[in-house]
Ligand binder design. Sequence first.
Ligand code: TMP
Length: 212
Amino acid sequence: MDSGKLITFEGLDGCGKSTQLEKATDWLNAQGYSVLKTRQPGGTIIGQQIRSILLNPEHEELQPESELLLYLADRIQHLQELILPAKTAGKIVLCDRFHDSTVAYQGYGRGLNLNSIESIVAHCIKPYAPDLTILLNISPETVASRLECRQEHAEKDRLDLESLSFFKRVAQGFQELAATEPDRFICINGEQDIEDIHLQIVNILQQRLQLS
Ligand code: TMP
């Protein structure tokens, strides 16, 4: 039995979800709720090591299947070590990315057949699906221009180096996932002003979690 909630934030690289997650955490804390803000990959000590392997731009030799399994390993570790205990303790867990990212990036983006790992996913990940997922939509062209800024600041990671067509496939993946589970997904235009997006997220949190 758990009384907490798992709320995930999803979207393309540079969609602004980390900023919104931070603002939502501050808002929930100000309402007196106990919140755990975390992320995938990299929410645990093991996960931080996995993250540094995954995002290192020098790791060009990383195989798509190895990449997939590393994201899953991070997620299983994160669920068991951090997310499930926090939910049991009644916390609202706000997580920057979750399994939808794997379906969108490794499934749609890389073209991997995720059915081949269905048994791992079915047993270790799917039973703990998010209660709510906030998807921030930006166009793949906006990703390219926002990542261009990161390049100027030498902050590009391995996935930031992907092509426009890769991000188009990932974007399609997110749209199809959202269409399949309209109750879980709330889609927001991520190209709006930061404060406008935040207000929409606060409204959703009030409605969906029955907070006042
Ligand atoms: P972040 O910088 O938004 O935390 O995400 C790190 C990168 O990892 C981002 O490019 C998306 C990618 N990613 C996947 O490809 N598959 C996954 O399952 C997750 C969680 C992230």
